[in-house]
Design a protein around this ligand. Sequence first.
Ligand code: HEM
Length: 528
Amino acid sequence: MASLWSTVLLWGAAYAIWRSYKIFTALKTFKQVPKLYCVVDPLSILGGFVVPRGWWNPGSYITWGKTDALYARRNSETIALIPIFVGDAMLLSSSPEASKDILNEPAVWLKPKRIMTLDLMGENVVTCNPPTWRKHRKIAAPAFDNQTFANVWEVVIRAYYQMIATSDWKSEGQVFFTSFNGVTTRLALLVIAACGFNIQIDWEKDKAATTNLIDETVVTVSSHLLERAFVPRWLFAVLPALKPIGKAYERFEKFLHDEIVAKKIELARDIKLDGAVSNTNKNVFGRFVAASEREAGQSLDTSQIAGNLFIFLFAGHETTAHSLVVTLAFLASYPEEQERILNHIHSVIGDSEPVYEHYSALVPVLHCFYEAIRLYPPGWLTMREPATDEALQAPHLTATGEDLVVPKGTVIVLDTIGACRNPRHFPNPDAFVPTRWAVSEDPAAPLPPSMDTFLAFSSGPRTCLGKKFASVEAVCFLTLLLRDWKVELKLEEGETVDDWHKRILYPKLEMTLITGDVPLLFTRRVKE
Ligand code: HEM
């Protein structure tokens, strides 16, 4: 027994000396920036799930409502997080300029290994680094073009009319949803399934067994990514609660592989017939496989194509759904903004149905979406690490004003919440002001924020591939919904709009940022 104790003590002492050395080195390395001590690396599984949030865990500092004070109080837009017991020191920055410089050089500032957990069905454009990333991006980018966006518009219109034909919306003039999140989640799923994979799912669950199975599979796969990414695979075969998730993933992967093989055969047949690889598919899936086949010698294999298609499902579903529900929550909170947008919608579409050609004229609707994403960015952080020691320079980046030297392999967390509420770039940062995105006719008025330093869709060569996909979806849905329905909050007795926001919109920071259930009241507008 005594020898067990002495072994434990010996190992404990060795660990303590090693940790002290690591902490000492980190303090020396990051001398230009303020420090924040934490129990464990806040972005590790331990930091995220085991150590509860609180002052003892700086996970809570990267959380809601704290970031402005975090940086302002320390007079620095970068902070070093120093874990005492487990993990490596990392930097946290809300500097839009430094983020822009980092994101502009994807071959220098790499995505860290921990992001690779999203390689669930194969290597893909989101997770890999240059030079492999260039190959994925070159093939994926053409799949997101005007033909795809026009298809997104058509699919949203179809989904909207299916939605308002359901019993929920048929009641006398007013509809109250205790959680509108379910509605936007269904919309985003239908759109990504149809435009991404050519899977046509109806708004209401189909009675036919085959359609229902596809619907269930897509819903299960897209809503259990966190478990699939972090829970060991063998547990999906053992634990009853995880078995249906494991099965859905297997089904979906098989479905993707079968479809890819079928598409490749179809394309090969087309080449034989007219010598060209078809590019007439409206959905991302068909365009993606065709783009890959055109890259003779550089094409992606079946698992890489499946990996990319799967990641589009993840990237395009929850993000868009939550952004839409938050936009509606803000428009319900600011009736005068809603009225302004409604007048604009009428001025653009008149009495006709909105068509994709209206999209660019509906830019004030898009600005509401941008402003909601600025305040509640679904991609709430971005991580990078330099391939070699790198120096960064930006206003207020460090407390001393010196350059920030980031040693090779150090993770820098680009704090999107902090950057999107940075008062130097967004005056009155916590307020919902969609007009800040518009170019004013008054030459003396400030310019709208630059897209290069707006991090909600990231920026630079790796900017979100689905930015316009999501924007078209949002503008079309908001245009239809606001044209036909007035959206309002239902405040509790004595509650202010601010109180409602704190109660309802307080977000959870998981793989993406999501709010609590958003209750909204819709009143049918009377046609004049
Ligand atoms: C409101 C909706 C969306 C938001 C806020 C959003 C945000 C982001 C952000 C912040 C990134 C950068 C991630 C990083 O570098 O770590 C990103 C990348 C990406 N997004 Fe989106 N996204 C949205 C919708 C979509 C949609 C609809 C799709 C596809 C259908 C999509 C596909 C992608 C892809 C493929 C990348 C990786 C690009 C690359 O690394 O080259 N996103 N998105």
